[in-house]
Design a protein. Structure first.
Length: 306
């Protein structure tokens, strides 16, 4: 059982997490007509009466955009205000994760987006490392990433994660930690719930948006940091074989942050990961509000003393 935060938001009210329930006939439960976000938060190392959220505005904007794909108008400003209120009511004291969700809340059996009620909910849980910071093993999944022409990949739509779930379980069942999915063109797309980067000849390389990836916020953060540090960047198609001969490989996402890859299939990657470690150290400093350049990425929320 996860350590869920005690207060949730559902149907326009805050209530105990244990009382936040939906009907078995909820449309989104049956058809995946929902979109979600995910935010990391930590207690401020310098102020115990404050917590820090990473890139709150960007996360709220992406969820608002995802909601539009479900024909639901939900302003990013409203999402942000409710998340701030949510954090202040829960007053977390350890590293945590927030899950906001927009969904078709109506009770219907017809798969549609029109003429059906929508709702917005928030819950959270305590979360430390999602993946081992020492490195993870990956297999190439037999499941392929969806194509944008058949699925709205610019949104974080919950139905898409059936593929992620199949790929993750397949990987774990065969003795690996994570899955790497290819796209329909046979190029590297992403992991089960994270973007992927490789380093070759001191150049940071990652699949571009045309490779059917999610527009990851941590991915964008890594690219921005790399540019500041003068690390050469290429956003381009990545071949299967490039994974196996890369100098470094890492996964990144809100939950995973930056997780180095130590093995892909039966190919062991180098133990030295200087660029990965540099980026990971920098991102950690930013999320802890220790980097002046990126203070605008960190949103402090006052929670008061207990």
């Amino acid at each position: 059982m996860e350590n869920f935060l005690p207060i949730a938001y559902l149907q326009n009210q805050f209530l105990p997490f244990t009382e936040a329930k939906v009907s078995v006939a909820t449309h989104a439960l049956h058809y995946g007509t929902a979109a979600f976000g995910g935010l990391r938060g930590i207690p401020d190392p310098e102020n115990p009466q404050r917590v820090l959220l990473f890139r709150l505005d960007r996360h709220c904007q992406r969820l608002s955009t995802s909601a539009k794909l479900l024909q639901y108008e939900l302003a990013a400003s409203k999402i942000q205000d409710l998340i701030i209120d949510f954090v202040q009511k829960n007053r977390p004291t350890t590293s945590f994760y927030i899950r906001p969700l927009v969904y078709s809340s109506g009770l219907g059996v017809s798969p549609r987006l029109h003429n059906i009620e929508k709702d917005f909910l928030i819950y959270g849980l305590e979360m430390a490392d999602y993946l081992s910071p020492d490195g993870v093993s990956c297999r190439i999944s037999s499941w392929y990433r969806q194509e944008d022409r058949s699925f709205p990949l610019r949104g974080k739509i919950s139905a898409a994660y059936i593929t992620s779930s199949l790929a993750k379980t397949e990987a774990v069942a065969s003795g690996f930690d994570e899955a790497i999915m290819m796209n329909s063109q046979g190029k590297v797309s992403e992991a089960s719930g994270m973007n992927i980067f490789i380093i070759r000849n001191n150049t940071l390389i990652t699949p571009g948006f045309e490779q059917d990836i999610l527009e990851g916020i941590t991915r964008d953060s890594v690219l921005t940091i790399a540019r500041e540090l003068g690390i050469p960047i290429q956003e381009r198609p990545v071949d299967h074989s490039e994974l196996l001969i890369a100098d470094e490989v890492f996964l990144c996402g809100t939950a995973a942050r930056i997780a180095p890859v130590k093995r892909i299939e039966n190919y062991v990657l180098p133990e030295e990961r200087p660029i990965t470690q540099t980026l990971r150290t920098k991102l950690t400093a930013i999320t802890e509000n220790r980097d002046e350049t990126y203070r605008h990425w960190v949103f402090p929320i006052e929670i008061g003393s207990f």
